[in-house]
Design a protein around this ligand. Sequence first.
Ligand code: MN
Ligand code: MN
Length: 496
Amino acid sequence: MPATTTIEEKTEGQKLGERLGFKIKNTWETATEADMAVVEAFAGRYKAFLNAGKTERELTAQTIERLREAGFVDIEDALRSKDVLGPGAKVYQNIHGKALNFAVLGKRPLAEGTAIVGAHLDSPRIDLKTNPVYEDAEFALFDTHYYGGIKKWQWPTVPLALHGVIFGKDGVKKTIRVGEDEDDPVFVITDLLPHLSHDYDDKKMTEYITGEELDILAGSRPFKDEKAENKVKLNLLNILNEQYGVTEADFASAEIEAVPAQKARDVGFDRSMIGAYGHDDKCCAFASIEAVLAIAERAESNVPDKTVVCVLTDKEEIGSMGNTGAEARNFEDFIAFLLAKSANTSVGGNGSYCGDIDLRRALTHSAMLSSDVNAAFDPNFASVFDKKTCSYLGKGLAISKYTGSRGKYGGSDANAEFLHRVLGILDKNGVRWQFGNLGKVDKGGGGTIALHFARLGVEVLDCGIPVLSMHSPFEVISKIDLWTAYQGYLAFLQDV
Ligand code: MN
Ligand code: MN
């Protein structure tokens, strides 16, 4: 016999509350088993992406490799070629090996605008100084200058890997990547034992360890010689010379970054989260890359309506300055190059000329999701969050109408019309979204790459994946938010 259940009739007030109110649910609650398998597979690929590329250089190289496999051509080669770029053409722009743009050309003229997703590839870290090697108390150390907004006290005692490039005497660029393989040595910034920490414990946290004290332990064994000076440093230089063919002077032009050596890991018994270095902003970069590649993959039979573009920038963590940052004109140049090679313009794709009006129109008619991580609500630090408008792990793509701090200063504020349009696209495609305001008013704030695209006239909205412990050596995101972001970016690129 079937069990009898009584379905309680909802009251008028309950019904009215449902109709007029707004409640954001946890995405896991409505995910099916099939959804979960897709989420898990996507997360697995993301972890591999993170482990293979911890710096902007590595991620640029690995992404370009994937793009070439997918049939993308370098814009420089396209410009040299006599061929005109038609709908469905796949092109990328390598920006000094540290940033890139890539696009799938649509059916409609570029001057009618493009659909853009953009993220940044750089993350906070510890850079070696330009003359970094020194010896103190028979230790060899690397002097450093930290990069981006870090809490300095979080970085001592974290196993570090070194990534970067250095030029040897032979003029050959050597790639450095030490500390990632199981058998590699790692490096570390030391910390003081609690037994002797009394004077330090009373310091302000911002002063506990200074920028100059963030030096990295690199060796302790002296070079065997009675008369030589600074023998531990000498021994280190000797090892570097044997392995890379470099001398101390070669560090003057090197770029070497120390990043946490650990791999991306599942977090929690339920494995619902991923802990890793550099989710900011590699998780949004990954979701953006995947979304544009999904469109590229089917472009043979299903050319997108508008041209879709993925923008991956460098230097966001230090203000987007420099020729690899969003402030530079790389994106504008990329669109100009595409226009010059497109048949579908007012001047017609001869490869050497881009109509200025076409370029201005292409920019001002473009729409963009600036995809960057958001501060997820953390119950341990509840006082700084506005629970009504902050983002939560597992509740979907976090939408930030505006960024900035202390009166929205220095931020980018999306137009109501554009925001309404984007939310409509997300709703229509069943993409779960939530609010993403970074903390309570006057508690702090932050910026993204959005304003640099807004400056060009692009309609731009900040959105992204909520993260716990942002800018720490081990940040945490939800697997389902990563997948939701991908779905959101895909929906936006197709429908905007
Ligand atoms: Mn970021
Ligand atoms: Mn950041």
